[in-house]
Design a protein around this ligand. Structure first.
Ligand SMILES: [Zn+2]
Length: 84
């Protein structure tokens, strides 16, 4: 098996189409889950999306993959999590 960047592809997480690597971008956001619990979980969410489809680009900025979580600015992320 060999790696060929010309045929590398990803699935858009908005429209679900398989696209070539050059047509896919990623929106990375900090998230928190369980804010009302003793130990909230902080994590990064990556949303792969078509970079040539305006509706995919727009939806990728607001999509939430994990239920009961919300996007937060990095300033709300405790220092010890920021290495991830
Ligand atoms: Zn798409």
């Amino acid at each position: 098996m060999s790696f060929d960047s010309a045929t590398l592809s990803w699935r858009c997480m908005i429209c679900d189409l398989e696209r070539l690597d050059s047509r896919i971008s990623v929106v990375t956001s900090w998230m928190v889950r369980g804010e009302d619990e003793p130990h909230p979980i902080y994590f990064k969410q990556n949303v792969l999306h078509c970079n040539d489809n305006p509706s995919c680009i727009k939806e990728a900025t607001t999509k939430i993959i994990v239920g009961h979580s919300r996007k937060i600015p990095v300033s709300e992320v405790p220092e010890r999590y920021r290495f991830i």
